[in-house]
Design a protein around this ligand. Structure first.
Ligand code: FES
Ligand SMILES: [Fe+2]
Length: 440
């Protein structure tokens, strides 16, 4: 039995009912149709640099171990012992030669093979038990983009490249700046009592809340109200979104890294072009749950029922930057977008309060308005790849996110998802893009 979620989401009218944030049945359907199907960020190369390095994470509610292999490759598998279903690896991260389940002692190697079973010879007859059949379930597809590893349980999913589509161009503005790449530091994890989508739609779309939600934080930090200047919002085929103000409005403060940044300016321009060197970086979400901001924070959210999610956040710093610059970036993120960060606390309060209100029957059956700048989006305008709107105050990113969400929730297979997009004439394969964007 599946719920017809289109009763609650009308993207063409720009109306959504809060039932999708509250319903336990819809949440169960999401575990199957969103989480067991989407490409989900698992780890960055710098989190598991050496052979045997591992990190534990989640795809939805399913725990996953990601391990650097002897040959430099990466494998990922369900963190579940095939004996009675206990967690195989219980450490958040580390280095291991093998993983021993702490229930009855079955041992798995780092490639995900079952290699040892206590009392195997006496307890299991070979005709009913062959160790090689019982490795943990592997993540069906694992692909990396610029050192960021994503995995999906669905072998039929489009390639990661197609899934990212034009979003890759916006991602590169953040993370393709230096030949030496980026490094993940300073992990923080915390829990928020709200539905994961209330959070995810924000970096896809909502820059509109800044001046009001964050007014006191901005005052404390000496930042005035946002001047109404040029900016854009992008919405991708597979639910991704980003928004940014064009260059010129942010208060640029002196940085201990100014000399290093100036030295590397040419490299950045060479790699991503003038425009992305200085702009096209604001907030962003790769659907469903991989978010990043211009200041260097990246995070995944792990859903924990309809009314709770965990945030796991890291700070990304240029790998070759001097230690003082890395430290400055770390502290800036800590003060703004960590569990104690001024902006982060403002945001969480909104989501938690929205979630509480959705307990009310009338509250979750009253349509909410997602019509901001509806009908204004155009493809490939002003050199910007994909569907964009000429202002970051828009709901295009959210509408795109829920359009894709609905595609997933209404479709039994990936082929059906793609079919729905084709019927709307949406591009479903990636195309090569120039560093300066698209020309018309
Ligand atoms: S549950 Fe893992 S060894 Fe028994
Ligand atoms: Fe915010």
């Amino acid at each position: 039995m599946t719920t017809d979620v289109s009763r609650f989401i009308d993207v063409d009218r720009g109306e959504i009912q809060g039932e999708i944030f509250h319903s336990a049945e819809i949440y169960e359907q999401e575990l199957e149709r969103v989480w067991a199907r989407s490409w989900v960020f698992l780890a960055h190369d710098s989190m598991i640099p050496k052979r045997g390095d591992f990190i534990q994470t989640y795809i939805g509610e399913d725990p996953v171990v990601v391990v650097r292999q002897r040959d430099g490759g990466v494998k990922a598998f369900l963190n579940q012992c095939r004996h009675r279903g206990m967690r195989i690896c219980r450490a958040d991260r580390g280095n291991a030669k093998a993983f021993m389940c702490s229930f009855h002692g079955w041992v798995y190697d780092t490639a995900g093979n079952l290699i040892e079973v206590p009392h195997e010879e006496t307890a299991y007859r070979p005709e009913v038990f062959d160790k090689s059949d019982w490795g943990p379930r592997p993540v069906a597809r694992l692909e990396s983009y610029r050192g960021f590893w994503f995995g999906t349980w669905d072998a039929e999913a489009p390639s990661l490249t197609d899934y990212l589509g034009d979003m890759a161009w916006y991602f590169d503005a953040h993370f393709d700046r230096y030949a030496s790449g980026f490094e993940a530091i300073a992990v923080h994890k915390w829990v928020i009592g709200a539905n994961w989508k209330l959070n995810a739609e924000q970096p896809s779309s909502d820059m509109y809340h800044g001046d009001v939600t964050h007014v006191s934080a901005k005052q404390v930090m000496g930042i005035g109200p946002t001047p109404d200047r040029e900016g854009h919002q992008f919405s991708g085929t597979f639910g991704h979104g980003t928004g940014w103000w064009d260059v010129g409005g942010n208060t640029r403060r002196a940085s201990v890294g100014d000399a290093w940044l100036a030295d590397h300016r040419e490299e950045v321009v060479e790699r991503v072009g003038e425009r992305r060197a200085d702009g096209v970086r604001g907030h962003a979400n790769i659907f469903p749950n991989f978010m990043f901001l211009h200041n260097g924070t990246i995070r995944v959210t792990h859903p924990r029922g309809p009314d709770e999610f965990e945030v796991w956040a890291w700070t990304m710093v240029p790998a070759d930057a001097p230690a003082e610059l890395k430290e400055e970036i770390r502290v800036k993120v800590l003060r703004t977008f960590s569990p104690g960060g001024l902006f982060e606390q403002d945001d969480a309060e909104n989501w938690v309060e929205e979630q509480r209100i959705m307990r009310g029957y009338m509250a979750r059956r009253s349509p909410l308005v997602y019509t901001m700048r509806m009908g204004e989006a155009r493809r490939d305008q002003h050199g910007l790849p994909g569907l964009t709107v000429d202002h970051p105050y828009a709901d295009e990113g959210s509408r795109g996110m829920y359009r894709h969400y609905l595609d997933l929730m209404m479709s039994p297979t990936w082929a059906d998802v793609i079919e729905r997009k084709r019927e709307r004439d949406e591009p479903v394969t990636a195309r090569p893009l120039d560093k300066n964007g698209v020309s018309r």
